[in-house]
Design a protein around this ligand. Structure first.
Ligand code: HPA
Length: 299
C-alpha cells in the first residue's frame, strides 16, 4: 500500500539520503492526497458540509445517516488500511439532519504503528474535497475530579503529548503555513451551539482539555496524576493529530469525548477495553443527539 511505501521511504540510516527521500516522499504524498480526493470527488460529486469521525462514542450514528455511497477503505486508492481484523473501515457519504456529511467509520491510531502521515492522510483528503467542518469523537479517561464514568466532555482545548508531530518535516505550502496558529483549536461557535443544545436537551456536559498520549497502555496512577498536573481534564490516544492537521489547513473542528473511566494518583481503578466500550455505549445516545443537533444548527 501507499502507507507502507511511505513508511519505508522515511526509514533510512544515511541521514543525507533520508532527508532527500523525505522531501521526495512529501511530494509523492501530496500527489497521492490529490489522487484520492479526485477519486472520491468523482463518486460523490458534491461538497460535504461536515466530515465526522465515528470514534468509540459515535459508532451508531452511521445508522442514522441516509447513505448515498459507502466506500470501503480498501476500495479507495492510497487510503490507509486498518490493522484491526474484521474492521475494514469505510467512508459513508449521505445526508444527516438535512446536511451533507462524510463519515469515517474506523480511524487510524498512532499506537497501531502507523506514521503520523498515515494517521492524518484522510483529513488532508477531506480538505481537498472542500470540507470546512470536522467533528471528531473519542473515548477518554477522566482526571478531573468532577468527572464520572459515562460523562460527556466537549473538548475545548488539547495538549499534544504524542512523541511525533504530524507537521514535522517539510511543510506542504499548498495545504497550509509552516507555523500554525492554534489559539482556537476547537471552534468556539460550534462549542456554544453544542452547549446550548445539551442544555435544552437536559444532557449534562463538561468542557475541558484533552491530553493525547501515544498509548496503547492505559495510564498508570502517576501518569493520570501528570495529566491532571499539566492542566488536562481527560486523556486519550487519538484526535489531536487529526485536529492539528485540520487546523493547518484552516478547517473548523469540534471534538466530543466520552469519559469511560476515571483515574488519578490515589485512584487505582483498573481499566479494561470492555469497560471502556460499555461506558461509551451508555453515553452514545446523548452524544449522537448533540452531534445531530450541531450538524443541523451550525451554519
Ligand atoms: N486512557 C484512559 N482511559 C481511556 C482511554 C485512555 O487513553 N481511552 C479510553 N478510555
Amino acid at each position: 500500500t501507499y502507507a507502507e511505501e511511505f513508511d519505508q521511504i522515511i526509514i533510512n540510516d544515511d541521514l543525507e539520503t533520508a532527508q532527500k527521500n523525505l522531501i521526495k516522499s512529501f511530494k509523492i504524498m501530496l500527489e497521492k492526497i490529490k489522487q484520492t480526493a479526485e477519486f472520491i470527488q468523482n463518486i460523490i460529486q458534491e461538497t460535504p458540509d461536515f466530515a465526522i469521525v465515528l470514534g468509540s462514542g459515535l459508532g451508531k450514528l452511521q445508522e442514522e445517516v441516509e447513505a448515498f455511497r459507502t466506500l470501503e477503505y480498501h476500495e479507495i486508492p492510497n487510503f490507509p488500511q486498518t490493522t484491526v481484523v474484521g474492521h475494514g473501515g469505510k467512508l459513508i457519504y449521505g445526508i444527516l439532519e438535512g446536511k451533507k456529511v462524510l463519515m469515517m467509520s474506523g480511524r487510524f491510531h498512532y499506537y497501531e504503528g502507523h506514521s503520523m502521515q498515515t494517521v492524518t492522510f484522510p483529513f488532508r483528503v477531506f480538505k481537498l474535497l472542500g470540507i470546512q467542518n470536522l467533528i471528531v469523537s473519542n473515548a477518554s479517561g477522566g482526571v478531573n475530579p468532577n468527572f464520572r464514568v459515562a460523562d460527556i466532555m466537549i473538548i475545548e482545548d488539547h495538549i499534544n503529548m504524542m512523541p511525533e508531530h504530524p507537521l514535522r518535516g517539510k511543510n506542504i505550502d499548498e495545504l497550509g503555513p509552516r507555523f500554525v496558529d492554534m489559539s482556537e483549536p476547537y471552534n468556539r461557535k460550534m462549542i456554544a451551539v453544542a452547549e446550548e443544545l445539551a442544555k435544552n436537551l437536559e444532557i449534562k456536559v463538561h468542557k475541558g482539555c484533552y491530553v493525547a498520549l501515544q498509548g496503547p497502555t492505559f495510564e498508570t496512577p502517576a501518569e493520570y496524576g501528570m495529566v491532571r498536573a499539566i492542566g488536562g481534564d481527560a486523556v486519550g490516544m487519538s484526535t489531536v493529530p487529526e485536529v492539528i492537521v485540520a487546523k493547518h489547513m484552516g478547517m473548523d473542528c469540534f471534538g466530543i469525548s466520552i469519559i469511560t473511566d476515571v483515574g488519578g494518583p490515589e485512584i487505582a481503578f483498573t481499566v479494561s477495553h470492555e469497560e471502556v466500550l460499555q461506558a461509551a455505549n451508555k453515553a452514545m445516545p446523548n452524544v449522537i443527539k448533540i452531534v445531530k443537533g450541531l450538524v443541523k444548527n451550525y451554519q
